[in-house]
Design a protein around this ligand. Structure first.
Ligand code: ZN
Ligand code: ZN
Length: 250
């Protein structure tokens, strides 16, 4: 049977950790038949989700690429939403690299915990994503793979399959050959591109991406996680560049 609705990706936040260009931090909402889930959840994600007109209770899962604040720091706001404003019945699935549960709980205690007792979180099911171990999340298949971004913790690229569609998301990463392999045939490749020419830290820059563009055999390529230097060259960029509020048909 054909789907009644195409899958859509709502760009809730395509900025970097610094809010460069006034862009929200990482948050990408996948709206699919019977499922609503996030790729990453930066601090600005709940407000952007509401601005896009979605009821946060509809969210089935949050998939985390890595545990930097601009990618997971917004979860505490979803927790207080579910505790005080819109209680949810089914548990929220939070899937991320090893250490996710401890970090999310610690974040929530720091932000909203009070006394000596740990403040309870709303119904949540934590799932650990291990590199190269595909995982089923209530019908959403996630194939995580390790990417070069942190030396002291695991950062993941995520290949997500649902309802016959595939999305590849780099999370934050230096360019790696594994993007070429994983991008083959995917419907959407959401690739971080923090810098234009500079190379501070473990991120993709536009020059490297351009050099490899012809090797990426994906149906759509969207560049995201744009830093200040990248934005300065906005008029020189080819292809689709993410903007907050953009909706992409997959
Ligand atoms: Zn980041
Ligand atoms: Zn990062």
């Amino acid at each position: 049977m054909l789907s009644t609705m195409n899958m859509k990706l709502h760009i809730l936040g395509c900025g970097d950790a610094f809010g460069s260009g006034g862009r929200n931090q990482s948050g990408y909402l996948v709206e699919a038949r019977e499922k609503l889930f996030l790729l990453d959840c930066g601090p600005t994600t709940l407000l952007a989700l509401k601005r896009a007109g979605f009821d946060p209770r509809r969210l089935d899962a949050i998939l985390l690429s890595h545990l930097h604040g601009d990618h997971f720091g917004g979860i505490a706001f979803f927790f207080i939403e579910y505790l005080y404003l819109r209680p949810r019945v089914d548990p929220l699935v939070i899937a991320g690299p090893p250490g996710t549960e401890a970090k999310v709980r610690a974040l929530f205690q720091v932000m909203y915990g009070g006394g000596s007792e740990n403040k309870a979180i709303p119904p949540t099911r934590f799932v650990i994503l291990q590199p190269d171990e595909p995982t089923d999340l209530n019908g959403i298949t996630v194939a995580p793979f390790r990417v070069p971004h942190q030396s002291d913790a695991i950062s993941l690229g995520l290949k997500v399959s649902y309802d016959g569609k595939q999305i590849l998301f780099t999370g934050d990463s230096l360019w790696t050959e594994s993007f070429v392999e994983h991008a083959r045939g995917v419907d959407l490749f959401l690739c971080e591109c923090s810098f234009f020419r500079e190379q501070p830290g473990m991120h993709v820059n536009y020059q490297t991406l351009t050099t490899n563009r012809d090797r990426l055999h994906c149906k759509q390529l969207v560049l995201t996680h744009l830093g200040e230097e990248m934005l300065l060259h906005r008029n020189e960029l080819a292809g689709v560049i993410a903007e907050d509020g953009m909706v992409i048909e997959i």
